[in-house]
Design a protein around this ligand. Structure first.
Ligand code: UDP
Length: 330
C-alpha cells in the first residue's frame, strides 16, 4: 500500500512514518519544513518538500503518485498562537486542508486519517471525555480541525472516502530507539521544557497557574506516548478497508498534574528541576483526560507505553542524546 503522510517531518508524523515503514508500507512524506525536520524522516520514505497551500505542488504530488491512503498531520498546533493569529489557522490548516481534500477526492483516495485534537472539547459534561462528547472548539486551532472533520463527512457522502478522526490528548515521549523525538523551536510543551531545565538549557520551569480546582492546584493532562498514537493511525488505516468512517479519542485515561510530571522527571533525570508557579496561561482548561474505550473496543488499540515513567524516560533519552534537537545534536 502506498500512503501519503503530510507533515511527516514533524513530531507525530515522523514517528508514524517510522512505524509505517516498519510494517512494509510505501510512504511519501510531503512537508514544507516550517516546523518539521528532514532528518526526522525515515530514509526509506520518499520525501517531497512542498506546501499544501501551493495547489500546483499538490497537483504535481498527486500526478506523480497514486495513493491508497492519506495520513494528514501537517498543521499548526498551538492553541495560544491561534488566539493571536486566527487567520493563520484558517489559511494554513483549513484552506490547506481543503486543497488536500480536493486532490484526494479527484484521485479517488478511499482512506483518510486526520490528526485532530482534544481542543474540540472545551466544555465537557464529563471527564474522562468520551468520543460522544459534545463538540465545542476551544480556539481557532480547534475550530480549524473541526472544519476539516466536518468536510470529511461530506467527502464520505459525496466521494465515498472513508475517514478516521483521531483526537489526540497530550502527545509526548520519543521513539524508544532514541533517534527521533520532539524538537520544536520555540518549545511550548511541558515535558520538553522540563527536560530542557534538566539539561541546564533553562533555569526553571514556570508552572502556569497553581490555583486550579485540582488536588495540587496545577492543571491535569492525559499524556499519551507518540508511538501509541502512531500505532493507532496504523490500526485506523487498516480498519478503514471496510469503508466505515470513525472518530476516536486517544489518551491513556489517566491524568497527571504538572507537579506530578515534574516529580517524575526529577526522579528520572536526577536533577532538581526548579519550578515556580506563575500566572495562568489563557485558554488552559483545568483537567483534560480521554476516554479511549471506543478505539480499544473497535480496533483493539492498547497503549504499549502507557506509564508516565515510560513517556518521560523515552523523552529524556532523546533530549539527552540530542540536546540541540536535530540541528547539531547527533
Ligand atoms: N505548562 C506549564 N509551563 C510550561 C508549559 C506548559 O505549566 O512552560 C502547562 C500548561 O499550562 C498545561 C500543561 O502544562 O496545563 C500541558 O501543556 P502543553 O503545552 O504541554 O500541552 P497542552 O495541554 O496545552 O496541549
Amino acid at each position: 500500500m502506498k500512503v501519503l503522510v503530510t507533515g511527516g517531518a514533524g513530531y507525530i508524523g515522523s514517528h508514524t512514518t517510522e512505524l509505517l515503514i516498519d510494517r512494509g508500507y510505501e510512504v511519501v512524506v510531503f512537508d514544507n519544513l516550517y516546523t518539521g525536520h528532514v532528518e526526522a524522516v525515515n530514509p526509506k520514505a520518499t520525501f517531497v518538500k512542498g506546501d499544501l497551500l501551493d495547489k500546483s505542488a499538490v497537483d504535481a504530488l498527486f500526478d506523480a503518485h497514486k495513493f491508497d491512503g492519506i495520513l494528514h498531520f501537517a498543521s499548526h498546533t498551538l492553541v495560544g498562537e491561534s488566539m493571536e493569529k486566527p487567520w493563520l489557522y484558517l489559511r494554513d490548516n483549513a484552506v490547506a486542508g481543503s486543497n488536500l481534500l480536493e486532490a484526494a477526492a479527484r484521485q479517488g483516495v478511499k482512506r483518510f486519517i486526520l490528526s485532530s485534537t482534544a481542543n474540540l472539547f472545551d466544555d465537557p459534561a464529563r471527564i474522562p471525555i468520551t468520543a460522544e462528547e459534545r463538540i465545542v472548539p476551544g480556539s481557532p486551532y480547534g475550530e480549524s480541525k473541526y472544519i476539516i472533520e466536518r468536510y470529511l463527512h461530506w467527502m464520505e457522502r459525496i466521494y465515498g472516502m472513508a475517514y478516521c478522526c483521531l483526537r489526540y490528548f497530550n502527545a509526548s515521549g520519543a521513539h524508544p530507539g532514541g533517534h527521533i523525538g520532539e524538537d520544536h523551536t520555540p518549545e511550548f510543551h511541558l515535558i520538553p521544557i522540563i527536560l530542557q531545565v534538566a539539561l541546564g538549557q533553562r533555569e526553571k520551569l514556570t508552572i502556569f497557574g497553581d490555583d486550579y480546582p485540582t488536588p495540587d492546584g496545577t492543571c491535569i493532562r492525559d499524556y499519551i506516548h507518540v508511538i501509541d498514537l502512531a500505532e493507532a493511525h496504523i490500526l485506523a488505516l487498516e480498519a478503514l478497508a471496510d469503508g466505515k468512517s470513525r472518530k476516536y479519542n486517544l489518551g491513556n485515561g489517566k491524568g497527571y498534574s504538572i507537579r506530578e510530571v515534574v516529580n517524575m522527571a526529577r526522579e528520572i533525570t536526577g536533577h532538581d528541576i526548579p519550578a515556580a508557579a506563575g500566572a495562568r496561561r489563557p485558554g488552559d482548561p483545568a483537567t483534560l483526560i480521554a476516554d479511549s474505550t471506543r478505539i480499544q473496543q473497535e480496533l483493539g488499540w492498547a497503549p504499549e507505553f502507557g506509564s508516565l515513567r515510560q513517556i518521560i524516560e523515552t523523552a529524556w533519552n532523546w533530549h539527552k542524546s540530542h540536546p540541540k534537537g536535530y540541528a547539531t545534536g547527533k
